[in-house]
Design a protein around this ligand. Structure first.
Ligand code: SAH
Length: 364
């Protein structure tokens, strides 16, 4: 092959790399670092390549997951999170099991195929209490259940799987072990990854993920996050910008950028091919059309907030969260309009991970 004289060497390398992104996605660390460093039109090419991969591997459907944040009480002191235990100005709440079950039933009756039950790390809810909530939802509603309750012992994860839980979201936040320990005084990366592997072994569809742009994080760390999604064979990958919360040690840190977040979403799509990737609320919170932009960069899931309004305002992991006062009744039409506005369709059914379906059929 000869170099086109009007192209610079870097451009030439870029067009080759973009082809590789579309055809195979088996990128090396150096290639990922290079792609994460692209700007403007070059970055737009990366995003277009991810959109093409999404089209080929996932189609046009966008899966809807109803998010229920049932407790904002947390025993941990993560440096970035507004719900950290040291933040004494949070009004703490806990939904009762009856309220949680009724909310999930309401989602199912509106045709939503998945409920995501999320909370701080709140040991007030015993493993058996959560298992009971799962059983009650599963026996009364046709809905998939995703849990996002943080790190718990293997026996709890096992009990919940047996009770009927389908998926588990546990972002690894950063794949740099030193940085992980620095921002999570109560945990280690080793423990977090151990949880994800146990969850996978138990038959959950697993969701890893990271924040983009928090203090101390480098492009090389972000490249490691991308490689980790692949290594973990994550079914779901959640990526959002870091947003500083005023009552945390990171209050003065700059917010993560939309541009870098979109490049991360694009690369996650390119390396995983068919993972479920949400256009996250955090991405929608730093830019009015952040979620639409993520949907055009490889994402294929949205997670509207269905926490009852009285509680929602207090689940402040970061400030200026989107849709904090919207009536859930009005969320559906708004979200559908946003999905249709970027030429996509609303997917129906539980929306299980394609990779998980292949694992179940013994094909992977
Ligand atoms: N306790 C659960 C749920 C945490 S909240 C768990 O540990 O899994 C869900 C996600 O919000 C976190 O995984 C984190 O990535 C994100 N988050 C928390 N604080 C944030 C902030 N200040 N900016 C952006 N994202 C944040």
């Amino acid at each position: 092959m000869s170099l086109n004289p009007v192209q610079s060497a870097a451009d030439y390398r870029l067009s080759d790399l973009i082809d590789k992104c579309i055809m195979a996605g088996d990128l090396t660390r150096d290639e990922i670092v290079f792609l994460l460093s692209l700007e403007e039109e070059d970055a737009a090419q990366l995003i277009a390549a991810a959109d093409e991969v999404r089209k080929q591997y996932c189609g046009s459907g966008v899966h809807i997951r109803g998010l229920v944040e049932f407790s904002n009480t947390c025993k941990n002191d993560c440096l970035y999170c507004g719900l950290r235990r040291s933040n004494k100005s949070v009004h703490r709440y806990r939904m009762t099991p009856d309220e949680i079950v009724a909310t999930a039933q309401r989602l199912a009756s509106r045709g939503i195929g998945t409920v995501v039950l999320q909370s701080g790390e709140d040991l007030f809810y015993k493993a058996e209490t959560i298992a009971d909530i799962i059983r009650r939802i599963k026996s009364s509603a046709d809905i998939a259940i995703t849990l996002s309750l943080g790190e718990r012992p293997y026996k709890d994860y096992k009990l919940w799987k047996e009770a009927g839980a389908d998926r588990y979201l546990l972002r690894h936040e950063t794949s740099n072990p030193e940085l992980f320990s620095k921002i999570h005084p109560d945990s280690t990366l080793e423990n977090r990854l151990g949880c994800l592997r146990e969850l996978k072994r138990l038959g959950y569809q697993i969701g890893a993920g990271c924040m983009v742009g928090f203090p101390g994080q480098t492009i090389d760390d972000l490249a490691s996050d991308i490689l980790l999604f692949k290594e973990l064979e994550a079914d779901m990958v959640g990526i959002g910008p870091f947003i500083p919360h005023p009552n945390t040690p990171f209050k003065d840190a700059p917010q993560g950028s939309l541009e870098m977040t979109l490049k991360m979403v694009a690369l996650a799509r390119i390396v995983t091919r068919d993972a479920l990737i949400p256009a996250t609320t955090a991405t929608g919170s730093i830019d009015e059309f952040g979620r639409e932009k993520a949907l055009q960069a490889g994402a294929n899931v949205v997670m509207p907030n269905h926490t009852p309004l009285d509680y929602r305002i207090d689940y402040e992991i970061y400030p200026n969260k989107r849709c904090i006062t919207e009536d859930p009744e009005k969320c559906g039409p708004c979200l559908t309009a946003r999905i249709l506005s970027v030429g996509r369709t609303v997917a129906t059914g539980p929306g299980h991970s394609p990779r998980y379906m292949r694992r179940k059929a013994g094909l992977e």
